[in-house]
Design a binder for this molecule. Structure first.
Ligand SMILES: [Zn+2]
Length: 498
């Protein structure tokens, strides 16, 4: 009776699959388990991959590990004989957490020593130069010099041979266009370059997280620090840090000033100019003579934040997305070939600034006009609900995933229009490909149930929810197969009404 019911549901929801073996689809659907999906993410988080930093041997090992699975499942290599497309990539080995301390100078000129600890107060810089710097601390706000906006955080301070304290972000403009105008100054790498230009020899960057995308500068030693530490620096000078940041934000006026404390940063690193990383692509070729050149791509970045003297496992970010796709790919590989081609894209160097996705767009494996859509998964392993970004813009794509969820997954599901008025620089591979003209959709979880440790050593498998990962994987499996077998797909974009 139960089988009959399931069978009728399948017949009802995917008319394009009438000719296929529905029992077969369900059999492989049920072969995806929480244990399998979670297992992939757990393995990718292990010390053997050293945090999967693009450029490093750990990343290469993880790419080979994924490719070995694709091969085992008879998934076709994207690039002829190989799953890999390689790119040069420099990186920095961080050998230990180094150190960070301050000699406070109070109003009366008295001094107090304070040593800070990892991970509570600071994280080492992912691309800091090796060595120790010691010098006076100068607060330079956003650390931006933007002549076109008549704005300069360095205007009234001398930072030559000193250590600068920099905020993330940029002055807050009003329109989306103005946001774009500021984006080129807002990146942490640009700010480091600007600090070097002004003669600083060290940087304390406010926002305590691993940031592999920061550019390496010979001789520039830096680390990332917690807001609590910054508040201490100002408090010791009898100044209210909140007022300063408020003024910076609302008045858009530099608040730069010397804080006089003496800062000591040691970084224990080795720069490697000659690393490399690979994008990994596996495909299930389509079988329909007319439709097989059309491609549905699903992807996740494989790289992580590496090891900063302590492992950053990158379990949620983004072993989870990789694992969700892997299990779906394995199950799909057991089905009769779909009409259209399905491509699985494991992207490198996302954490270095969306480099792998941008390289793909420069020299795509499949013509853009034949790419039905690209579906991005980044940090998809913590929550109880599902979200399909961009589904409202492409209802004829979305309906396959909506129906699959309604009939088999039964999770709360939300969708929205593509974010076409996005402000500032893109933050995900999906956004980067959207800007290149792809229909870039995204899959997320909603209603987080475990604490999020973003770019943090505590981003471990314990922060993942295996059950939602199983469901995401099953959902992808059904949705992708249904979409790939559709007789036709209306790709006209529905625009959001304002
Ligand atoms: Zn990520």
């Amino acid at each position: 009776m139960r089988n009959l019911l399931l069978l009728s549901l399948v017949l009802f929801w995917v008319p394009s699959l009438l000719a296929q073996d529905e029992a077969e689809i369900l059999k492989h659907f049920h072969s995806i388990t929480a244990e399998e999906v979670f297992g992939y993410a757990k393995t990718l988080s292990e010390p053997q991959f050293d945090g999967r930093l693009a450029g490093s041997p750990g990343y290469t090992k993880s790419a080979e590990w994924v490719a070995a699975h694709l091969k085992e499942w008879d998934i076709t290599p994207g690039y002829g004989q190989t799953y890999f497309k390689h790119f040069p990539q420099d990186y920095t080995v961080v050998k230990s957490i180094g150190s960070f301390s301050a000699t406070f100078v109070d109003k009366k000129g008295n001094t107090i020593e304070k040593t800070y600890s990892f991970p509570e107060h600071y994280f080492p810089g992912s691309n800091s130069a090796n060595g120790t710097v010691k010098g006076e601390l100068v607060y330079v706000g956003y650390g931006i010099t933007a002549p076109q906006h008549n704005y300069d955080d360095y205007k009234n301070v001398d930072v030559q041979g000193k250590i600068v304290l920099i905020e993330p972000g940029h002055p807050q403009p009003e329109t989306a266009k103005e946001w774009n105008d500021w984006a080129e100054y807002a990146g942490s790498s640009e700010k480091m370059t600007n600090a070097v230009k002004h003669g600083a020899k060290g940087v304390l960057y406010i926002s305590k997280l691993a940031s592999p995308g920061m550019k390496y500068h010979e001789g520039l030693v830096y680390c990332h620090i917690d807001k609590k530490v910054v508040e201490e620096f100002f408090f010791a000078r009898n100044k209210d840090y909140k007022n300063i940041t408020e003024a910076l934000k609302t008045k858009n006026k530099p608040q730069s000033q010397s804080l006089e404390h003496i800062i000591n940063i040691t970084a224990d690193t080795e720069y490697k100019a000659n690393g490399s990383y690979a994008n990994v692509i596996g495909i299930i070729p389509g079988s329909d003579p007319q439709l097989k050149d059309e491609v549905i791509m699903v992807g996740a970045h494989l790289d992580g934040q590496g090891n900063l003297g302590e492992l950053f496992p990158g379990a949620l970010d983004n072993a989870s997305g990789v694992a969700d796709i892997m299990a779906a790919a394995r199950a799909l590989s057991n089905l009769p070939a779909p009409k259209r081609t399905i491509a699985f894209f494991f992207i490198g160097a996302e954490e270095k600034g969306l480099l792998g996705a941008r390289e793909y767009a420069k020299d795509p494996l499949f013509p853009k006009e034949k790419t039905i859509c690209y579906i991005n998964l980044d940090m998809v392993g913590n929550g109880t609900g599902l979200y399909f970004g961009g589904g409202s813009s492409f209802p004829d794509i979305y309906k396959h995933f909506e129906t699959a969820n309604t009939n088999y997954i039964h999770r709360p599901l939300k969708t929205r229009y593509l974010n076409r008025s996005y402000k500032g620089r893109p933050r995900t591979d999906g956004m980067a490909l959207l800007q290149e003209g792809y229909r870039a959709l995204s899959v997320h979880c909603t209603d987080r149930v475990k604490k999020l440790y973003y770019h943090h050593p505590a981003d471990t498998p314990e922060t993942l929810v295996p059950e939602i990962m199983e469901d995401v994987s099953k959902w992808l499996y059904l949705g992708l197969y249904s979409l790939a077998n559709a007789d036709s797909i209306d790709l006209n974009e529905v625009m959001e009404e304002n």
